[in-house]
Design a protein around this ligand. Sequence first.
Ligand code: HEC
Ligand code: HEC
Length: 288
Amino acid sequence: MKHWLAAFTVPAILFVLPAYAADDAAIARGAYIFAAAGCGACHTDVKNHGPPLAGGRAIVTRFGTFYSPNITPDLVHGIGSWSLGDFRRALREGRGRDGTFLYPVFPFDSYTGMSDDDVADLYAYLMAQPPNPRPDRPSAIRFPFGFRPLLIVWRMLFFHAGPLQPVTGKSADWNRGRYLAEAVGHCQECHTPRNFLRSLERAHGYAGNPRGPDGLRTPNITPDNDTGIGQWSLGDIEALLKTGQTPDFDPVGSGMGEMVKGTRAAHRRRPPCHRRLSQILAAAPRHP
Ligand code: HEC
Ligand code: HEC
């Protein structure tokens, strides 16, 4: 009997060990993507001391108030029963588990550009977090926008799903910076103006949004000297992402304060990324 057990367990251990090691590495990579993508900012109700990632944070928009869902691995109230495919579809195509359209207040319009590998690592990270049984709070969306099938119009007009393709002729560093700004960091979601259907006017990328999140003005971060950050050095931009302080030693607040919690943590894990991201902003087209 003992021999039989030993014969069974040894190969089983050999088989399990490498799989475990790969999982830990995926979780660590996922922690970086999670921080740089700022998922925690929206999915934790920090103001009311809500449990991490258990949702319930109110996001007020012209269309009504959205309450973010629970994305802990709780099997009933979170995404514990979601497969990697379900999760990828949410980020890439903006669809819920049953295929319903999600509102683009969840910035899948940017996350769609993330690579399959990063999405898989992010999934590994989220599934390794503690589950929390907090039920989702239904969003209070104004008529007629509460009718999800209407989102088909927005999707047909403005949404292009798929991973961001590298621009040929540009360096790997440049493409990495662009990927971090456009897809993972979703900087345009707050810093680019939107049209009447809340779609990004990408022709004015990073030019600021007079009606940004929470109804606040979001600054122009193109290299325009007067209205943008043309006077900032590359190091200034990098320092902001690292420390949350502008060159005048003003701490950034509201949505950017939350973003910086993530970028700061991401920076500790992979310092060169913020230089690459900063280079993209410094070389972006100027918009007054
Ligand atoms: C700007 C706020 C915001 C950010 C940032 C954000 N989310 Fe969300 N997310 C939402 C809202 C709001 C919804 C619900 C949308 C709806 O009801 O249509 C949502 C929906 C989801 C869903 C679908 C859950 C369900 O139960 O249907 C998943 C999964 C998800 N987000 C994961 C993420 C991940 C992973 C990140 C980071 C890469 C992230 N979110 C970043 C606001 C956000
Ligand atoms: C959730 C919305 C949001 C997202 C996402 C966001 N920002 Fe911001 N950002 C803001 C707001 C709001 C301010 C103004 C904060 C203040 O003045 O206290 C700001 C300020 C800044 C500033 C300082 C500009 C100035 O003139 O002082 C820079 C630089 C910046 N953001 C870069 C970025 C980069 C790079 C990204 C992507 C990694 C990003 N932001 C993503 C909301 C956002």
